[in-house]
Design a protein around this ligand. Structure first.
Ligand SMILES: *Cc1c(COP(=O)(O)O)cnc(C)c1O
Length: 355
């Protein structure tokens, strides 16, 4: 039976990505060797890295003065690398969920952290608004998509200081005005590649402003100076990322992808809103994520949640169990998820309701 993969991460990859990655494991770029066993300094692999960086710049219209890096350590290492490299005295953070919280915790090791607003008291069911960011902040950190809670910041804010964004779970889902950010980072395993590579888009002139000594591997400058090849990069995930980027280009780029995503998400939100059994957990429609759609069963049907999960499983639906901090269900509708999978989920919800 065809599986419908709604996992939150690692998550669905395009067939194009999977097919080309599998082929390169057999024979990479006509070398007669597997991508798993070649030098990262071979001309064939250097070409992969160069093309992946170029496609990042093209698809996101990244202006001059920015570098694209492919690092290890996950988005979680960026929680510490960002303040290590950028926080002189004070930084501002928006607390929109578990990941934002983890970023805040690391930043506190390096200086004063001003949490401008938090939706924690309401279990992060909305994106706070109407706060001010101090003019003397070195940067303002946001988490654009809250993978666990299903909320998303859909636009690039206008604030008085440069922004830093964790875009782990919504990169390439919409156009971004990169010029407003000092750094955009994310783990690749949500919308780009298998786990193991972290992308970092960094503005070069935002660096070099802190006094502290920075360990070599944690210094963005190290990786910029060596064209993201200071040490052995995650070779296979970078190769897969390149395949996904090529596929994104073929789809028509981020504007076209955004249209598809918005349509897919709206369909599912409409089904949830129109249901007598389910309800969404994000109250303000404008804060609803188009990448992770969180919903639960209404109180009177609560005890049927497990039964629905099992029923969905019989339809090939995988990965919709909600995160333990929200409960219920989470359907991750990343770029690579076909609309037909959303249709299958909606049909399963309706059939279950009618039973
Ligand atoms: C998954 C996720 C992370 C954690 O990424 P790792 O690569 O596992 O460190 C951080 N932030 C967001 C928004 C995520 O979705």
């Amino acid at each position: 039976m065809k599986k419908h993969n709604f996992y939150a991460g690692p998550s669905i990859l395009s067939e194009y990505t999977l097919k080309n990655t599998a082929a390169a494991v057999e024979n990479f770029a006509g070398t007669g060797l597997s991508i798993l066993e070649i030098s990262h300094r071979s001309k064939e692999f250097v070409a992969v890295v160069d093309e992946a960086r170029a496609l990042f710049k093209e698809l996101l219209s990244i202006p001059d003065g920015y570098q694209v890096l492919f690092l290890g350590g996950g988005a979680s290492l960026q929680f510490c690398m960002v303040p290590y490299n950028l926080l002189n005295k004070k930084a501002s953070y928006l607390d929109t969920g578990t990941w934002a919280n983890k970023a805040i915790k690391e930043a506190k090791l390096f200086g004063e952290v001003d949490v401008v607003a938090s939706s924690k008291a309401d279990n992060y069911t909305y994106i706070p608004k109407g706060y001010t960011v101090a003019d003397d902040s070195d940067y303002f950190h946001i988490t654009t998509n809250n993978t666990i809670y299903g909320t998303e910041i859909h636009t690039d804010y206008d604030v008085n200081v440069p922004m830093v964004a964790d875009m782990s779970s919504d990169i390439f889902s919409r156009p971004v005005d990169v010029s407003k950010y000092s750094i955009i980072y994310g783990g690749a395993q949500k919308n780009l590649a298998p786990a193991g590579v972290t992308f970092v888009i960094v503005k070069e002139d935002a660096l070099g402003k802190v006094e502290r000594a920075i360990p070599t591997m944690l210094n963005y400058k190290t990786h910029i100076d060596k064209d993201t090849m200071f040490n052995t990069p995650p070779v296979l995930p970078i190769y897969s990322a390149l395949q996904t980027l090529k596929w994104y280009k073929e789809l028509g780029g981020v504007e076209a992808i955004n249209k598809i995503n918005t349509h897919k998400a709206q369909k599912l939100y409409d089904a949830i809103d129109g249901s007598k059994m389910f309800r969404g957990t994000v109250t303000n429609p404008e804060d609803r994520s188009i990448m992770n759609i969180t919903f639960v069963m209404k109180d009177e049907y609560k005890e049927l949640e497990k039964e629905f999960l099992d029923y969905a499983g019989t339809k090939g639906i995988v990965g919709i169990k909600g995160h333990r901090s929200v409960g219920g269900f989470r359907a991750s509708t990343y770029n690579a998820l076909p609309e037909s999978s959303v249709d299958v989920l909606i049909a399963a919800m309706k059939e279950f309701e009618n039973k």
